[in-house]
Design a protein around this ligand. Sequence first.
Ligand code: GDP
Length: 296
Amino acid sequence: MAFEGLTNRLQSVFSKLKGKGKVTEDDVNEAMREVRLALLEADVNFKVVKEFIAKVKEKAIGQDVMKSFTPGMVIIDIVNKELTDLMGGSAAKLAKANKPPTVIMMAGLQGAGKTTTSAKLAKLLQKQNHKPLLVAADIYRPAAIKQLQVLGEQIKVPVFTLGDQANPVDIARQAMDHAREQHLDYVIIDTAGRLHIDEALMDELKQIHETVKPDEVLLVVDAMTGQDAVNVAESFNQQLTLTGVVLTKLDGDTRGGAALSVKAVTGCPIKFAALGEKIDALESFHPERMASRILG
Ligand code: GDP
């Protein structure tokens, strides 16, 4: 289960503090050293860790934790609040176009879960009484189009495709016309991924962006890849200006680093978390809930 290691480490740090009637500044310092190690071990970006520890320490000392009756609890509260802030504070909402359709462009490296997440998002919107259109613009990965069609059929959401010979920019443009004609209010574009970020990929994404002027550009990243996921997000964001990140595979044995660093490093909020392969395994990302989950 995700975050298990981090949760265990933090719990053992805090149980030591909770057991004490009084804590000294040394105790706080020692606890923070251990929290620091726990975060680094969970693959959180080291700069993020450094700032995090500095903030928690400053607050802990400012709040006279040492004089409180339950110093351990006060410190846990501070850590909880800072973890929440680190992940963006409050839940970030999906943008909505003034005039439908709202266009959501999905981007990401191959295997991150982009196609699956596109379908999951369509399902989520459908549950909220919206009429989404899925657009198969990943013409390179063998079977990506078919995969989207199968998923679309499963959830009864139309899938727009022009096959794998058409230009992705044309596909996106025609999909927009189709959505308007059919009065569909969300367009979710499954764009191409690559194994690595390259210029051809970015150029294509920029062209699609230019053409459809998306309301959301969501980057799908695999949380299992830790710091790599954060680096990928940083690179995409430099070239494409992301509006949000979707973290996938949070059901796996991830150490949590990506969830904790991505907002701090890129400034992009995590908007959704995917917790499994099933079509309904996607939820809005709530920083406060995630912080509580991490603290166990
Ligand atoms: P794409 O290349 O980015 O479009 O990736 P796919 O959508 O095809 O997903 C790649 C693999 O990851 C598939 O086997 C998915 O079932 C799996 N996958 C996607 N999201 C999740 C998730 O949240 N949890 C788990 N366990 N697997 C996922």
